[in-house]
Design a protein around this ligand. Sequence first.
Ligand SMILES: [Zn+2]
Length: 375
Amino acid sequence: MKITGVKSIMFTAGKQNIDMHWHEGTWKAENAHYTNNDTFNLVGKPVTLNVNGKQTNEEIKYVFVSNLDCMTFDENNHLIKNEIDGNMEMLNECKIHPQKKPYAVCQAGYGSAENIEKLIRENPNKFVGLKFHPMVFQQDANSAVYEPYMKIAEKYNLPCLFHSDKTGSYACPKKIYELAQKFPKVPVILAHLGAGTDHQDAINVLLDSIETGKANLYGDTSWVDCKNEEMPTLKNLIARLQQTKKGDQTKRLLYGSDAPLGEFGAPGKKVDGFYADNLSTLKTMISKNFHANAEKLSDNICFFNSKELFLDKNWAKNLDRTKFLTARSAGIILTAAALAGGLYGAIHFTLKNPNQNSETANIYTETKPQINLLV
Ligand SMILES: [Zn+2]
């Protein structure tokens, strides 16, 4: 028997992508309610891209979704859903569709960090991160209302996705940076790298955070250069991230779309094929400009950077190890201190009592371990 055409029946697994910025629910600005049906048609299925003239079949392996009902006020100025109901609704939907993973939306200024902690404690490892929208809630990103939420993010090692906007606005990148500096271990993502701007302020803040180590900032690609085939902003940003004083920091850039908003699916604005075109344009720009590194760079920005930050979280394991070692070292020091203290007591007693030599005893007094300083 002659076997022919083996190649044609073999599956070539497409490249996987993670879109870390998706939504569902009601968005008043677009007079739209996006359901699972509106968003789920791409996830887990092949998506045909055109990368630098070559057709590729790829897969959107995961999308990270936040519930717009938690970020929309109704006609009576009430939030459509509170932090518990809206986030649980999204979590339950993600259980049916495991390729979707939920953010917990934080209603800073209206809700409570205790709600978010309850959700995370009762549903361990289910929420990939926290989502903030300073514009919707009209709360300056550097205000104290965010801090209890950021403490939860720090405690549970959760990245925080912040809508970032124009300089001076509630969601000004500099204000987000100020907040992030108070929690330098928490990954804070500047969504849109300053929506509606030339992105330079957000990019300067991102690069400053890398060079100084004052905060742990990231950026996503949503709406950046989306109308410009050459993608000059992202091209320059990637080149600068490759050359920081801390070495290659392109891990700080994450592919996100913001679908189904705007051209992705908004009534009257939707452009068919916009999703695949948008991702194709990004990958084509990388392929054209970064030559030998292009494939790896593309895979990292569109998949591995988010996989590490939100799912594998080796960064958090390292932090936990540091916490463990610090606690362990503190334990060893305390034990040593207690032993030394006991020894001191014994020596002190022996020295003091036979000869009543206060001078010798004083020498020991000065070297007595300061246990209370270590606790
Ligand atoms: Zn968004």
